[in-house]
Design a protein around this ligand. Sequence first.
Ligand code: GTP
Ligand code: MG
Length: 137
Amino acid sequence: TNRTFTMIKPDAVENGYVGPIIEKITAAGFKIVALKMTRISRADARDFYSEHSERSFFGELVEFMTRGPIVVAILQKENAVADFRALIGATDPAEAAEGTIRKTFATSKGENAVHGSDSNENATKEGNFHFSDREKF
Ligand code: GTP
Ligand code: MG
């Protein structure tokens, strides 16, 4: 598909970066087809990041992702999943390329400002978790 899913994580919301991050996303050619502020439960966070459940940072990751509001969005663009992963940059902002969202707005490898889906299948699944049909344009 030509859609991906993103979350602006609690650190970036706390730091006042919602507007600047959305500006970067739209400036890069992504169209917003769904958008809202929400939060996730610990159970949701554990499920979302279940691939990392055996990692030492898993508990920290779940606490981080649930400590405050997030902004979730579905984005549309040709080659959306790969192009959005390029726009956000490497997981660790210290390794992210200049001009990427994580290089510009992330605090650390753990608190890295944004999520971008890693496949078309996950983009659809993650978008459908947060948005009803009526909320998707
Ligand atoms: P997501 O888009 O959030 O899935 O990030 P990613 O695909 O770039 O990274 P990955 O799926 O490998 O890790 C998921 C998330 O776990 C990261 O975005 C970080 O928030 C967190 N994380 C990954 N590695 C570490 C780590 O070494 N320490 C801590 N504290 N958190 C980590
Ligand atoms: Mg990931």
